[in-house]
Design a protein around this ligand. Sequence first.
Ligand SMILES: C[S@@+](CC[C@H](N)C(=O)[O-])C[C@H]1O[C@@H](n2cnc3c(N)ncnc32)[C@H](O)[C@@H]1O
Length: 271
Amino acid sequence: MIKMKTINKAHQKNRLAWEEAFNHQSESFRTDTIHKLSLNPKLLFTPELQRHLEKVGQHGGIIAQFCANNGRETMGALTYGFKQSVGFDIATNMVEFANHTAKTLNLNASFVQTDILEIDVSYANQFDAVLITVGALCWFKDLDAFFEKVAISLKSGGYLIIEEAHPFANCLAGHGEAEFDPNNLKKIAHDYFKTSPWIENTGMGYMTDQTYESLAFESYSHTLSELLNALRKHLIELIEFHESDIDQSNLFTDLNHTGIPLTMNILAKKK
Ligand SMILES: C[S@@+](CC[C@H](N)C(=O)[O-])C[C@H]1O[C@@H](n2cnc3c(N)ncnc32)[C@H](O)[C@@H]1O
């Protein structure tokens, strides 16, 4: 029986919103990428990510990044010893930029335009490591489907490196939200177990330096148990789990060092 490919409409709407955001990118976002990649790619990573990339990269091999954006981290990861890197992202213009940049800087990196959930079997058992950084998991309603793709594409014994917003941070309200209270930054504004999507149409400030009336982005919260259960289901074993009260999402920097979990780092291994 031939299996029909189903197009995820919400993901395609997000693609248009991300492509629009990339077209609105600030000059500093664009030049910062080239600048850091040319001068010192390690500047692209937090100390915790650097530690994990060093540990895994010393063995060489191929690293893939899921939701690679403009490819800066995928290309930057090569500095840790990987011999090749591959980035996957749904936004066509980001992938074009990333492929062009890799060629210009003579880096052994390539980029593929795809919905992560459409990554096909030609990538099965291809990668020694998969990298996921802040703001990637929220685009997938079902983490199980996402980590199935990670597990299929990793070689047996391959590593998964994650730096993501801590699930608890979904309870907080950021600047610009109706629930935001400047006098009570630690307010629990949202349900930790929220299952309905977030719909936002004020752009992607971290890429554009300003808000604008944008196409709608649809994203999801996930609990810690959803994440851990999805990893376990796909035989991805935790090696290290680290939580920190330093925000890497650019949404809650006012709360840095105040005892609220804002970022998590995971090093895991496929059995
Ligand atoms: C916030 S970035 C994450 C990477 C990195 N931390 C960064 O800021 O560049 C999120 C990326 O996910 C991509 N994305 C969103 N939904 C996707 C999907 N279904 N499949 C592949 N990429 C997707 C977007 O195009 C965007 O480049």
